[in-house]
Design a binder for this molecule. Sequence first.
Ligand SMILES: [Zn+2]
Length: 129
Amino acid sequence: MLGATHAAAAAAGYLLWQSSPTGAFVAAVAATLPDLDRFIPSLHRGPTHSAAALLTLYLFGALYFPAILLPALFGYASHIFLDMLTPMGVSLFWPFSRKIRFPIAKTGGVIDAAIRLAALCAIGIVFFW
Ligand SMILES: [Zn+2]
């Protein structure tokens, strides 16, 4: 999925779940973090897209930023889930290399755009309705 889709979906999901604009913002930012691995192409969708990364975020967050831990975990987990829906999948059980995937959406494809549009509509409805 594209970064904008990850951010919009995380923000919309958190807004609908917790009705917290601040939490939605944190979730959106956290949803962009796993793709920082794009700077090291051989690691893309590896360690940063795994349950180990999510556990590390939980432990680090519980110690250093407990007030925003829930939306951060939500955003990060939503990224991993959405990338599972693409043909490339994710290494959820890294360091094991098996990719977990339920390939129903191509990155930048129609479903990616539909998820992004639906998320943006949900955000708009929550804020402006
Ligand atoms: Zn990703």
